[in-house]
Design a protein around this ligand. Sequence first.
Ligand code: SF4
Length: 82
Amino acid sequence: MVSGEPRLAVRADRTRCCGSGNCASILPEMFDQDDEGLVVVREPYPDAGLRSAVDQAVLLCPVQAIEASPAEPVDARFRFGG
Ligand code: SF4
């Protein structure tokens, strides 16, 4: 089902990650940790309905390694493509 709200684009800078695990605790369906404890983004384009939980993960990352922004509309990339 299409919600009408743009999806989010979530990125994590693994070079900054200190392996606290806060993000994976808050949103285990979106974030995981590799064998070294560094963040792995499992779902980089979550539904906008997860916005408040994503914002919490951004706020509670102790090294500001997570960024979230509205994703570019997928339709626009194809509608005006050559
Ligand atoms: S909250 Fe930040 S430092 Fe902790 S695992 Fe996630 S990205 Fe890494």
